[in-house]
Write a protein that binds this ligand. Structure first.
Ligand code: AMP
Length: 632
């Protein structure tokens, strides 16, 4: 055990020596010549000159030592299926998928969009891409056609890998019609669509474009596909995330830095050892799924559980039965899932032997103290919060128990993690706040450590403009989160500084939802804000001005319109973006210069004081909202 404070200081003050040591955790084809090239800030080139491969590190390198050990454990309580792949079997499946992608014309640097439910073939597709140096771009299966189309146009994939359907709560969700519609909407058409047919729902095929994976898998039953050695800086994937503007950003990740960062985090933060089992309840459509369902555990030689289903079906003991059955040592979930479980009978958590479990890690949204206490008591295991973003790919704040055991504090995700030079900045002056309990913007002094976002896909300028602020001699990354730090160096996250909301751990841009609602022909103007919710953390609430206000004059008319608008959001973006309510008003509160007062709307919805309103143009606009949301 090392002293964490010393370990942390070294990661900042002797950055290259520190990361050179961590780089030993992965296999390199050629060793890096330089650890960090930061000659063009804010762009950091990690492990320049080195060549490696993510799939090799996740799969092939374990063949010598643990070929028959479990690698991928697929459990679906939706279709009652359980499939376990050893590293040897995973290797064979990934090669079949890789050979298929090559046959369909995918080469190094090409993009493959993956629009799939939580099935093993999705993991094979991701690993097959990195194996051949292609970039995967996974789009969460809950997104609908307009969201999907914008991602297709940005990624310009050669091939899209998809499936007939997913299933949620026992209800089949057909993917193919959404995909067909998205391709119709997109400017850029993929050459091929590779379909995994689960036999859940019939679907139509487009001749010459749609290919059947089962047939290709036969063709390539034993075609060897060696790993393509790529530069450490070769992009491994893009993953879209929401920001202030409606257009989602493609977060681009490298290869070498990502592999090293994940390998180190598995040991130092997530307490995982080779040969053990890791269970992350996220989805491959999110960053947690990329880092801690697929790459992190596999790189660390662990078995990983891929779970399709709800935490409470068939009953609230299902996850814990998997912990017992597969002797899970580390588990990773989100506070919303725990709040869902909290509504169930706590006896469900006591039914199974959880002695293998070292800790439950939670991230993605604020972890409230009652939820943390409840799950800690119910499980009798340490609950460890950690804070990060799609952009960083691994924790910024956390408790590095693999370095030195440290207590968690309720409500805090922990201290700055090694490699991250975290600062709190004054909102107005940009000056660093060094005192305790001062509220500021959470920022990171460049360079970002290995594994973080390289750039915005094909848009370096947007990367620089969105995230970085340059003060003489320094570049500083903005997380867009508010935070405070206590006297022990523990941070507390107080919410976003921008128009991003967090619904059940899913990040959504309010502008995206506004754009979708505005496409309803009856809507003149709309504002969407995130409002605190006891179960989901936040929900989206919409306030719309109608072109013809008489349409919402009766309660029935308003309800009908609200339903129409929600249906549009469902169809365009997906149900996860659907506002909890759409209310109709005659005007929206704005400043005299025309800026929408979203924070004031949000405050009023949460029954808080909206603060300084001296610049408001029409105070009755806010009063209307206050009247609408008044309790009772
Ligand atoms: P995403 O990119 O979807 O992972 O969302 C990242 C955002 O989620 C962060 O910027 C925070 O606003 C929020 N977030 C993630 N983890 C935590 C956490 N442990 N505590 C509080 N907020 C969190």
């Amino acid at each position: 055990m090392t002293d964490f404070a010393q370990f942390y200081r070294r990661s900042i003050d002797q950055r290259d020596a520190f990361w050179a040591e961590q780089a030993e955790l992965i296999d390199w084809h050629e060793r890096p010549r330089q650890i960090c090239d930061y000659s063009h800030p804010p762009f950091a080139r990690w492990f320049a000159g080195g060549t490696t491969n993510l799939c090799h590190n996740a799969v092939d390198r374990h063949l010598a030592t643990r070929p028959d050990q479990n690698a991928l454990i697929f459990v679906s309580t939706e279709v009652n299926e359980e499939r376990v792949y050893s590293f040897r079997e995973l290797h064979a499946e990934v090669q079949r998928m890789a050979a298929t992608l090559k046959s369909l014309g995918v080469g190094k640097g090409d993009r493959v969009l993956v629009y799939m439910p939580m099935i093993p073939e999705a993991a094979f597709a991701m690993l097959a891409c990195t194996r051949i140096g292609a970039l995967h771009s996974v789009v969460f299966g809950g997104f609908a056609s307009v969201s999907l189309a914008s991602r297709i146009d940005d990624a310009e994939p050669v091939v899209i890998v998809s499936a007939d359907a997913g299933s949620r709560g026992g209800k089949v969700v057909a993917y193919k019609p959404l995909l067909d519609e998205a391709i119709k909407l997109a400017q850029c058409k993929p050459a091929k669509v590779l379909m995994v047919d689960r036999g859940l729902v019939a679907f139509s095929r487009v001749a010459g474009r749609d290919e059947d994976y089962a047939a290709w898998r036969e063709t390539h039953a034993s075609t060897p596909v060696p790993c393509e050695w790529v530069d450490a800086e070769h992009p491994s994937y893009t993953l879209y995330t929401s920001g202030t503007t409606g257009r989602p950003k493609g977060v681009q990740r490298d290869t070498g830095g990502y592999a090293v960062a994940l390998a180190a985090s598995m040991k130092l933060i997530f307490l995982g050892n080779p040969g053990e089992t890791y269970f992350s309840t996220s989805d491959i459509g999110w960053v947690v799924g990329h880092s801690y369902i697929i790459y992190g555990p596999l790189i660390n030689g662990m078995a990983t559980i891929m779970y399709e289903g709800l935490p409470i079906r068939p009953d609230a003991a299902i996850w814990w039965s998997l912990v017992e059955k597969y002797k899970v040592t580390s588990m990773f979930s989100a506070p919303t899932a725990i709040r869902v479980l909290k509504k169930q009978d706590p006896a469900a958590l006591k039914k199974h032997d959880l002695s293998s479990l070292r800790a439950l890690f939670l991230a993605g949204e604020p972890l409230d103290e009652p939820t943390a206490r409840w799950i800690a008591d119910a499980l009798g295991r340490p609950i460890i919060d950690n804070y990060w973003q799609t952009e960083t790919g691994w924790p910024i704040l956390g408790i590095c128990n693999g370095v030195e055991k440290a207590p968690s504090k309720f409500g805090s995700p922990g201290k700055a993690v090694y490699g991250y030079d975290v600062k709190l900045l004054d909102e107005h002056t940009g000056e660093e706040l060094t005192g305790h309990h001062q509220k500021g913007v959470v920022a990171i002094e460049g360079p970002l450590p290995p594994g973080c976002m390289q750039t915005v896909w094909r848009d370096d300028e947007r990367f620089v403009k969105t995230y970085w602020k340059t003060v003489p001699g320094r570049t500083i990354y903005n997380t867009f989160d508010w935070g405070i730090r206590d006297e022990d160096g523990y941070y507390f996250i107080l919410g976003r500084t921008d128009d991003v909301i967090n619904v059940a751990g899913h990040r959504l841009g309010t502008r995206e939802i506004e754009e979708s609602i505005s496409s309803h022909p009856g809507v003149a103007e709309v504002a969407v804000v995130g409002v605190a919710d006891a179960l989901k953390g936040q929900v989206a609430m919409a306030f719309a001005v109608l072109k013809d206000p008489s349409r919402a004059a009766t309660a029935q008319g308003a309800r009908g319109l609200e339903g129409e608008i929600m249906k549009i959001v469902d169809e365009q973006l997906g149900a996860l973006a659907r506002p909890s309510r759409v209310r109709f008003v005659s005007a929206l509160p704005k400043t005299r210069s025309g800026k929408m007062l979203r924070r004031a709307i949000q405050a009023v919805c949460e029954q808080r004081d909206p603060g300084d309103l001296t610049t408001i143009e029409d105070p009755t606009a806010l009063q209307q909202i206050r009247d609408l949301v008044a309790p009772g």
